[in-house]
Design a binder for this molecule. Structure first.
Ligand SMILES: NC(=O)c1ccc[n+]([C@@H]2O[C@H](COP(=O)([O-])OP(=O)(O)OC[C@H]3O[C@@H](n4cnc5c(N)ncnc54)[C@H](O)[C@@H]3O)[C@@H](O)[C@H]2O)c1
Length: 373
C-alpha cells in the first residue's frame, strides 16, 4: 500500500485551503488553532469536545467554526481535510481511525496512543485510507535542531559517544488530581510517557535507532498510580549511550540534552521550547577551527507547533512526503515502552526484538513502580 503522501490529498473534499477540525478543545488545542490561523492556506472550520461549553468558548475565540456534539457528527457534516486530535491519549485511537476512514489526514498529539498496539491500529488505518497520520513531537522543530541534526548526520562531529537527556519538571499534587491523569488506564503511563517523551523523542531524532534500554520506575512523592520519576540507560545503534532521567517532582525545572561526540559537546537547555540561545556547540581540543563551520544559521525559528504544522500542511498541499520532523512516529514511543517493559522486569535489558514480541507491554505500559514515599 503506498504511503498517503505519495497519493497527495486530491480527494473529493480537498481544496487549496485545508479545512481543519479539532477534537478536544482543552489546553493544547489552542496551540493547534494558533498554528492553523498562522498558515495562509488553512482554516479552522469545526470543533467538538465532550464539554459543549469548552467547544463553544473555543470556537468563539478561534473561529468562526461550527461546534458539533460529537466527532461522528462533525466528520459527516463538515468533511474536514485535517482532523487535529487533542484529546487525552485513551481517546486517540478511535478518534484518529474514525477521522482517517472519513478521508481526513490526522494530526494527533503526543503520546500518539496509550499503547503500541493502538498506535499500530492507527498506522494501519492511515495506510488503508491513504491518508497521513502525523504525531506531534514539536521538539524536533526549529532551525537549531535542524542544523545540529544535519551536522550529526553528515559526520561533522565524528561519532556520538555519550549523552544525557533530562526532563526535570514540577507538577504539583493538583495536576495529578485531574481524573484522567496518573492512571495506567486513561493516561497510559506516568511522567516518562507524558513528559519525558518530548526530550527522548528529540534525543532519538538526533541519534537514530535504539538498540537496548534498561530502566527503573519510581514513585517519589506524588499521589499517582503511575511513576513520578524514571531513570534509564539507552544504547543507540550508532554506538552512543544515553543516560535518561525524567521527573515530575523537580522544583528547578529544565529540559536538556547533552551529546558528547568525538569532536564536540552539543547541548540544548530549555523548558518547553528552544531557540538558538538554548543551544551550544563546544569543540573538543584540537577542533576549534571547525567550530566556525558549526555556527548556528543566522535566521532563527524557535521550536513549536507552528513550524511543525506549517511544514506538514505544506507537504499535504503539495502531495509530498511528510517532513523528517514527523517521520518515525513510533520510535520514541517504543523507547518509552521499552523503559516500562524494562522496569517491569526489574531493570532487564530490553531490545527492539524483545519489545516486538513482548507478552504485555505492546498492549499496556502498566508496570510495578518502586514506591519510596
Ligand atoms: N505537544 C505538547 O507540548 C503537549 C502539551 C500538553 C498536552 N499535550 C497532549 O495533548 C493531549 C491533550 O492534553 P491537554 O493538556 O490539552 O488536556 P486537557 O484536559 O486540557 O484537554 C483535553 C480536552 O479533551 C476533551 N475530551 C476528553 N475526552 C474526549 C472525547 N472522548 N471526545 C471529545 N473530547 C474529549 C476534554 O473535555 C478536554 O477539553 C494529551 O495527549 C497530552 O499529552 C501535548
Amino acid at each position: 500500500m503506498p504511503r498517503a503522501a505519495a497519493s497527495g490529498i486530491e480527494g473529493a473534499q480537498m481544496t487549496d485551503t485545508l479545512r481543519c477540525a479539532i477534537v478536544g478543545t482543552g489546553a493544547i488545542a489552542h496551540a493547534h488553532a494558533s498554528a492553523i490561523a498562522a498558515y495562509p492556506h488553512a482554516q479552522l472550520v469545526a470543533v467538538t469536545d465532550l464539554s459543549q461549553e469548552s467547544a463553544t468558548a473555543f470556537a468563539e475565540k478561534h473561529g468562526p467554526a461550527e461546534v458539533y456534539d460529537d466527532l461522528g457528527g462533525l466528520l459527516a457534516a463538515a468533511r474536514p481535510d485535517v482532523v487535529h486530535v487533542c484529546t487525552p491519549p485513551a481517546a486517540h485511537r478511535d478518534q484518529a481511525i474514525a477521522a482517517l476512514r472519513a478521508g481526513a489526514h490526522v494530526v494527533v498529539e503526543k503520546p500518539p496512543a496509550p499503547s503500541l498496539e493502538e498506535l499500530d491500529d492507527m498506522r494501519a488505518a492511515a495506510r488503508e485510507a491513504e491518508r497521513e497520520l502525523v504525531v506531534v513531537f514539536q521538539q524536533r522543530t526549529g532551525t537549531a535542531a535542524a542544523h545540529v541534526k544535519r551536522l550529526l548526520d553528515d559526520g561533522a562531529f565524528g561519532r556520538p559517544l555519550i549523552a544525557q537527556c533530562q526532563t526535570l519538571w514540577y507538577r504539583d499534587p493538583a495536576y495529578f488530581a485531574v481524573p484522567w491523569r496518573g492512571k495506567w488506564e486513561t493516561e497510559g503511563g506516568g511522567t516518562t510517557l507524558g513528559h519525558g517523551i518530548h526530550q527522548i523523542d528529540l534525543l532519538a531524532y538526533l541519534l537514530g535507532d535504539w538498540e537496548s534500554v534498561q530502566a527503573q520506575l519510581w514513585r517519589l512523592d506524588r499521589e499517582t498510580q503511575t511513576e513520578d520519576a524514571s531513570t534509564a540507560t539507552i544504547a543507540f545503534a550508532n554506538g552512543a549511550v544515553a543516560s535518561v532521567v525524567t521527573s515530575a517532582v523537580s522544583p528547578r525545572e529544565i529540559s536538556s540534552i547533552r551529546i558528547d561526540t568525538q569532536r564536540a559537546t552539543i547541548t540544548v537547555e530549555h523548558l518547553y521550547g528552544h531557540g538558538h540561545e538554548n543551544w551550544s556547540i563546544t569543540p573538543a581540543p584540537g577542533h576549534e577551527a571547525e567550530a566556525a563551520e558549526w555556527a548556528l544559521p543566522e535566521t532563527e525559528e524557535r521550536s513549536g507547533h507552528e513550524p511543525l504544522i506549517r511544514e506538514v500542511f505544506d507537504a499535504l498541499r503539495a502531495g509530498a512526503p511528510v517532513p523528517a520532523i514527523v517521520t518515525e512516529p513510533a520510535r520514541s514511543f517504543e523507547v518509552v515502552a521499552a523503559i516500562y517493559a524494562s522496569a517491569a522486569a526489574g531493570g532487564a535489558v530490553v531490545t527492539p526484538d524483545v519489545l516486538a514480541a513482548h507478552p504485555t507491554h505492546r498492549r499496556s505500559f502498566a508496570s510495578p513502580v518502586a514506591d519510596r514515599r
